[in-house]
Ligand binder design. Sequence first.
Ligand SMILES: [Zn+2]
Length: 507
Amino acid sequence: MIRFRSAIFVCTLALLLAGGRAAPTAHAQGASSFVGEYHLQDFTLELKADGTIVLTHAPQQLGGKPNAWHGTWHVQGDTAIVRIVQASDGKPLPEPQEIRFTFVEGFPTIVGRIIPGITTNPDALTFTLGTGQRHPLVRQLNRLLAQYDYLNYKYPERNDDLYNETVRNAVANFQSSQRLSPTGAVDAHTWQALLKPIIPLPKTAPITHVQPTTTNVFIRSGPSTRAVALSKLQVGSVMDVVGKIVGATPETTWWQVCCVSDQKGWIRSDVVMVSGPTDVVPVVAPPAPPTPVPQTATKPGKPLIDHLPSHAPDGSPVAYLTFDDGPSTFTPKFLELLAQYHARGTFFVIGGSAKLHPDLVRAAATAGHYVGNHTYTHISLQGVSHETFINESELTRKTLLSEARDLFTLDGDVRYLRPPYGATDSHTRGYAAELGYQITLWDIDPMDWRRPGIEAISSHILRNVFPGAIVLMHDGGGDRSQSAAALEVVLRELSARGFMFYNIFGQ
Ligand SMILES: [Zn+2]
């Protein structure tokens, strides 16, 4: 997902130019259309109707006050000019800072200079629109999504300004179709593609669709439960049916669906609802029998992600809780809660933070959690050079190995990589493969880093969880007290539903 954060380098006041994006003619916007909340990296910028602004950022330490800057804004032509004049301590800034943005083809885009705390990839400087957010822009987004038959997305009857999980799924589907990282959050690149697809979206008539009946279902690489799972079709999502294998029973009848990235997949017919004509769906020959899937890793770094067990041997559903951006002063609370519920999870740590808190890395590993790689400086792995990729991933790996190798009993190494913001490209995915890293994304993103409230975080997870789901949360990069409190609710509720909690190694 595209969200932006500089966990390590917050607080430097860096002046950076928003990278390279020219500002074509913006549509005329009245001042009122700028009123609202905008997310930029780890910051929230609120433009109030009275002409004042608040820019907030998460505090780095437990009990710290949120960093907040104050100032004013006004509109000049098509551009909102935001002047930040006062720091969180109430003192005037030595030099007032300015953010200028305008709606470029309907999306807020920085056109001037930008302050504080952002020393990472200037290309990453963009506003985002994501889960939990209410904004008039979501209406525009809904209109854009609904115009593509391919997405089978309907303009919502209610709450058309709310970015909910259905919107997120549609955005992620669209991003996949455009070979963008399927983050489910809208940034300027995604918006541009929505206006003018990079890859033309096929029409889908005559259309036969499938959607899950009650729960999320696996899309497999072949018509058998032994075939590798390519992805999961989530409740509320639909896919096109492009072929079928007719078996003697619903369990042996399979629909072929299009597409998971470039691949066609298979879904068992008894777990989905079919709409549209089925007689137009061609019968296709089954692919070659799948090779049996090993149940455990055979060598270090052997990816299990595609076939993580969705259930424990006793039939209990399994959830995979993952925690990014630590270790931090909040991590002990997470460890304590996991221990209390006999839960195992996975910590994707930032190498630089691991160096500062080796004790927490060791505590996590000792407790049976898996410790994975989240780069050294929380850099976006989209568009980085081979050298940067190696530095960021290998430095983190070496740091973790030097601090806690004796405790890494799971694979004796650190071969699982979660790219910050979920961002990769075809080159960096190649680099990852070459170095033996398994890229690990997620199924459920409650956007806890935006601190939408304990209830919003926990209910998002509880509503969307399914057996085998990988859940993304954060134990670092800011004030994570909401995430910790939500984790407690999630562990309690899911335990009551019979869930077990494994690390990404399936243990
Ligand atoms: Zn992160």
